[in-house]
Design a protein around this ligand. Structure first.
Ligand SMILES: Cc1cc2nc3c(=O)[nH]c(=O)nc-3n(C[C@H](O)[C@H](O)[C@H](O)COP(=O)(O)O)c2cc1C
Length: 222
């Protein structure tokens, strides 16, 4: 499964079966998380066999069941942490999809089990990603019109359109899709709208945009 297929197949899954993440899948996932931590300076941690985070009122209210594994998105408190968590967390989400796993980003409907992960001095836990073998594959989310999330002067190249399509398939908190991509020459700027978790959403959407557009076709502008 290539990354564009992973983007199309990924949907949030909130019910998981008891199958453990083990063998090659576990090894590949852990080594990819480590690679992303090295590249980003983040401190993402795969927490396994820890059912308490998704056993409280909030998780049931959020319709989660069978969640035993999750990725704790942790990093240094600094400007840009949220966007970085979104960007690298989504890389891991797509890798998980390629490995046959399902996921769901979770900012609100879980409990923080502080003994399960390590938060070093100066770091913070931003949110988690539930992960495991889903009872279902999830369903497609409602997608905005491309014009609602893009600005471009003159003709729009195909790569930009493909980037926007991929960004619109990105998970966002409450499916708000409050981002905007602007094209000037071969430079693309991406901005978050106002609201909860929009900086995390922006990082996720940028990860998808790069995959859809092809990194060789453009550079990120400020
Ligand atoms: C930053 C972020 C936070 C989220 N927080 C929660 C949450 O607390 N509870 C929940 O059930 N889903 C949560 N979600 C999942 C979104 O509701 C879901 O991604 C969105 O509705 C789009 O659906 P899809 O992921 O199936 O494409 C979150 C997603 C993101 C990106």
């Amino acid at each position: 499964m290539d990354l564009m297929e992973a983007i199309r197949e990924r949907h949030s899954v909130r019910s998981y079966n008891a199958k453990a993440i083990d063998g090659n899948v576990k090894m590949n996932l852990l080594s990819y998380i480590e690679q992303c931590n090295q590249e980003s300076g983040l401190h993402m941690q795969l927490i396994m066999n820890e059912p308490k985070a998704f056993d409280g009122f909030m998780a049931h209210y959020g319709k989660f069941s069978g969640v035993r594994n999750y990725i704790a998105m942790i990093g240094k408190k600094e400007p840009g942490l949220e966007e970085k968590c979104g960007y690298y967390g989504e890389k891991v989400v797509l890798k998980a999809q390629q490995l046959g796993l399902n996921t769901c980003w979770v900012a609100m409907t879980y409990s923080k089990v502080r003994t399960a992960f390590q938060v070093e001095k100066g770091e913070k836990l931003c949110l988690v990603i539930a992960i495991g073998y889903g009872e279902t594959k999830g369903t497609e989310h409602k997608v905005k019109q491309p014009e609602a999330v893009m600005k471009a002067e003159g003709p729009v190249p195909e790569w930009f359109q493909k980037g926007i399509e991929a960004a619109l398939l990105a998970p966002t908190a409450m499916n708000q899709q409050k981002f905007c991509f602007t094209l000037k020459g071969n430079s693309v700027t991406a901005k978050a709208g106002t609201g909860f978790y929009t900086k995390i959403d922006l990082g996720i959407a940028k990860c998808h945009f790069e995959i859809g557009a092809g990194r060789e076709n453009f550079s990120w502008g400020l």
